[in-house]
Design a protein around this ligand. Structure first.
Ligand code: NAD
Length: 427
């Protein structure tokens, strides 16, 4: 099949490269010429494990091409994915202006019978807006459908190639057949539902996962007051099959490019259609308050950050990505500085992305460089590189010895035996 993918961000590049792998002829299209220049040379504008190899294979095969030209990408495309960003608008609802701009730009070049698939996360009613815009610019027949994306940054290639389901939102049997065939190499359950259900399924999945993180953080707060250890609580509740032992992450709250905005968007969308937004607003509020509350607790536990040097490990929003959107460090570092701390920082992949985001931060090339003469070491993100810290070496380079383990990666005794004060989450 001939495919165009509009928006070569985290979702678009994976989508384009994966469909090229399965023998389709694919164009990845973006308005960002710098990004496209890199991709044309099979270089990634961001870090995502396994993606560069996939892109390289596609480019070498001649099946994967990148362009900034709508004429080039759209004219021959039978299926067009829209995977541009959908940030929150000032009122909290999804800002779909990039989606609508893409629809307008693609319309004049549409091939008759083309299927436009909305992969971006958008609220129900977006497809009819896209349809109306396209109709203003073409007389050709076309279809608009939904296929929300469920991949996770950090494991995006694996997730895309091994999905636990593919959700297609259409009521048209012809479109359902073509898109089911296109996704067949993924050997996944294909769930065909009406477009509104597909879009709600994406919001429901993200809001549910966000609320799980918020829920366990509330439990962690209680555990800190009563001698329980939230990790033990997680282990104990996980045996209940209705609950499960997976996806419990007590820590700094959720971040990244999706959960924060999707929860806010769902709250604003609920309000806009006259429904109660209480649950979603509360999840968002608790998450927004999470880091300031933790900083306040740590400030007491370290007898004040004023005049101390704090080494921060982890600047991305989670491990295995260079994406710094809504990364915990974005809140943690300015708050530490406002309390009078000096900050040094290290990240395995997100240093370049972070340098312009902070003022007066010393960026280090290694864990030990960051920790050199520091009073406090804070582990924000559980990169593999941070999972076997050498506390003996750290002890010898640090001035004072406090370790804040926001992700509960270590057992307190294991750290304390090296002469460190250990501060975890919910224990
Ligand atoms: P991104 O910000 O990484 O990339 C979006 C790209 O779209 C950018 O490169 C931008 O230049 C391009 N773009 C904007 N307007 C354009 C236009 N008119 N024509 C062509 N290109 C244009 O976004 P992302 O993280 O890949 O997310 C894309 C969508 O997928 C969002 O709706 C997001 O919520 C959803 N999503 C993201 C993830 C994720 O983990 N990142 C997972 C699932 C779903």
């Amino acid at each position: 099949m001939t495919i165009a993918v509009i928006g070569t961000g985290f979702v678009g590049v994976v989508t384009a490269a994966a469909f090229a792998k399965f023998g389709n002829q694919v164009y990845g299209l973006d308005i960002d010429a710098t990004k496209i220049k890199k991709l044309e040379q099979a270089q990634l504008p961001f870090f995502e494990p396994g993606l560069e190899e996939l892109v390289k294979a596609g480019v070498v095969s001649g099946r994967l091409k990148f362009t900034t030209s709508y004429t080039t990408a759209i004219s021959g495309a039978e299926v067009i994915f829209i995977s541009v960003g959908t940030p929150s608008a000032p009122d909290g609802q999804a800002d779909i202006k990039y989606v609508l701009a893409a629809a307008q730009s693609l319309a004049p070049y549409l091939k008759s019978g083309a299927i436009v698939v909305v992969k971006s996360t958008v609220p129900p009613s977006t497809n009819s807006k896209i349809e109306a815009i396209i109709k203003q610019h073409t007389k050709k027949d076309f279809y608009v459908t939904s296929a929300p994306e469920f991949l996770k940054e950090g494991t995006a290639v694996f997730d895309f190639l091994n999905p636990n389901r593919v959700v297609i939102g259409t009521t048209n049997p012809h479109v359902a057949k073509i898109l089911t065939e296109l996704h067949q190499p993924l050997e996944a359950e294909v769930v065909v539902v009406r477009p509104e259900s597909a879009q709600m399924a994406k919001y429901a999945a993200n809001a549910y996962l966000a609320q799980r993180i918020t829920f366990i953080n509330q439990m962690a707060n209680l555990c800190e007051k009563n001698g329980a250890d939230v990790q033990e609580v997680v282990a104990a509740i996980g045996f209940d099959e209705r609950i499960g032992g997976h996806y419990w992450y007590p820590g700094l709250g959720y971040g990244g490019s999706c959960f924060p905005k999707d929860v806010k968007e769902l709250a604003a969308y609920s309000r806009a259609i006259g429904e109660g937004d209480g649950l979603f607003v509360k999840i968002d509020e608790l998450n927004e308050a999470r880091i300031p509350k933790l900083i306040h607790k740590w400030d007491e536990k370290v007898s004040g950050f004023t005049g101390k040097t704090v080494a921060v490990l982890g600047l991305s929003f989670k491990p295995n990505t260079s994406d710094v959107r809504e990364a915990p460090a974005r809140k943690v570092i300015p708050l530490l500085q406002s309390l009078g701390a000096k900050v040094t920082a290290y990240d395995p992949q997100a240093l370049e992305e972070s340098k312009s985001l902070y003022q007066n931060v010393t960026f280090a090339d290694s864990i030990l460089d960051a920790a050199h003469t520091a009073d406090v070491l804070i582990l924000l993100i559980e990169w593999d590189e941070f999972k076997s810290l050498d506390f003996n070496k750290l002890k010898s380079v640090m001035k004072n010895h406090v370790f804040i383990d926001t992700r509960n990666q270590y057992e307190p005794e294991e750290v304390e035996k090296h002469g460190f004060k250990y501060i975890g989450t919910g224990r």
